[in-house]
Design a protein around this ligand. Structure first.
Ligand code: ADP
Length: 393
């Protein structure tokens, strides 16, 4: 009899879910409730070959989950055949408390709430998701899987900022990272596929949000996201690294408030700010048709990536494998080629034919004589959450 985990990713106005059987790595059902609390919401549910989309108002997270449970009964899989043994919740910020998946009790909920100051957009709705599950699915254990857990044991040399120690400690300021579930999943796949536990790896998670990590023998030693997901690589709408003095400057010369700068850096910058669109496909299209801003946006994006790869290689004293993952990493053939060309100086040689695909499995895209192996490994955060949750239920 299959045993499944219901994976929940609860955002401020959305709930994404997947019913996963971790033993075979397959999503049996999945869906999304969007625009919760707005005039009109959308519910999308998929089960085997059946797909439904419903447009109707969904006032809050509890109503949203109730709708989802009703759809499980109506469209499938019914609860008797679903065999849900646990619920895995994606939690963005686990701070200094959580270094792995954790069974949720009142103390864990309190700590997730306490960490909201570090993730004001993410932890409060995740907590709401947990409470709704406890109410509507009593008796099924809930497990928290933290986006920061994989980076909780970063060495202080990369986790601490060169900031006054008292201030940093009092306000819990350090590099927590994010996308940890994906970096851990992808680097573990590389280890399994190559059968080598001692690798020095760089993982590039390039989606709408983007981050890089350096991993030695399975342990993360550095990552590009910081106190919040704003730091590091150029992203769809985020600046990534930027001189913090830009904040003071904008405050002084443009009279911008903290929340205006926050919004500017997180929502209106990155590819969107540079090229007018946060979607890499659109930016590529514009660049192909000769738009100079889009071309420059790509150059800035790639330059930042190359800088991180070089930095991490130096930090680890070498690199065995560089792996691309997430929407852009898995699909943007040109980007992978452009990045690898910039790395030719340290012996990276791309296999053009192998790169010319959008692999569904872990695939090597460098040539045999390349000094560093380059791979594409599709990420699967839901499967990773389900697998981790299953260990505790
Ligand atoms: P999220 O962070 O929202 O999970 P994804 O991992 O789905 O993001 O990645 C979204 C990004 O992947 C978008 O910028 C999208 O343009 C990009 N992408 C998807 N397919 C392609 C493609 N064929 N070529 C280039 N970029 C792509």
């Amino acid at each position: 009899m299959p045993q499944t985990i219901l994976v929940i990713n609860s955002g401020s106005s959305s709930i994404k879910y997947q019913l996963v059987d971790p033993s075979i790595g397959v999503a049996m059902a999945s869906g999304l409730v969007e625009r919760i609390g707005e005039e009109m919401s959308t519910i999308h549910h998929r089960y085997s070959l059946k797909e439904v989309t419903i447009n109707e108002p969904v006032p809050n997270h509890e109503a949203a989950l109730q709708q989802v449970l009703d759809l499980f009964e109506e469209i499938g899989p019914q609860f008797e055949e679903a065999h849900i043994v646990g619920i895995g919740h994606r939690i963005v910020q686990g701070g200094r408390y959580f270094s792995g998946p954790t069974l949720i009790d009142d103390r864990v909920k309190r700590l997730i709430g306490e960490l909201s100051s570090l993730a004001p957009l993410h932890n409060p709705p995740a907590l709401k998701g947990i409470e709704v599950c406890q109410k509507l699915l009593p008796g099924i254990p809930n497990v928290a899987v933290f986006d920061t857990a994989f980076f909780q044991k970063l060495p202080n040399s990369s986790a601490l900022y060169a900031l006054d120690r008292d201030v940093a400690e009092r306000y819990s300021i350090r590099r927590y990272g994010a996308h940890g579930t994906s970096h851990q999943y992808v680097s573990t796949r590389v280890t399994q596929v190559l059968g080598d536990k001692e690798l020095k790896q760089i993982v590039l998670h390039l989606g709408n949000g983007a981050s890089a990590s350096a991993i030695v023998s399975g342990r993360a030693v550095d990552t590009s996201m910081g106190l919040t997901p704003l730091e590091g690589l150029v992203m769809g709408t985020r600046t990534g690294d930027i001189d913090p003095a830009v904040v003071f400057h904008l405050q002084r010369v443009a009279n911008m408030s903290v929340s205006e700068v926050d919004n500017l850096f997180n929502k209106k910058s990155g590819l969107r700010g540079l090229a007018g669109d946060n979607d890499m496909r659109a930016v590529r299209e514009m660049a192909r048709s000769g738009n100079p801003r889009a071309r420059e946006a790509l150059e800035i994006y790639i330059n930042r990536l190359v800088k991180y790869i070089g930095g991490y290689a130096a930090e680890m004293g070498g690199v065995d494998v560089i792996t691309f993952t997430a929407g852009i990493g898995e699909n943007d053939i040109d980007l992978r080629r452009e990045v690898c060309q910039r790395l030719e100086f340290f012996g990276v040689i791309l296999d053009e034919e192998a790169n010319n695909t959008r692999p569904r499995e872990a695939t090597t895209i460098s040539r045999r004589d390349s000094s560093v192996r380059v791979m594409v490994v599709p990420t699967n955060e839901e499967l990773a959450i389900a697998t981790q949750a299953m260990t505790l239920v």
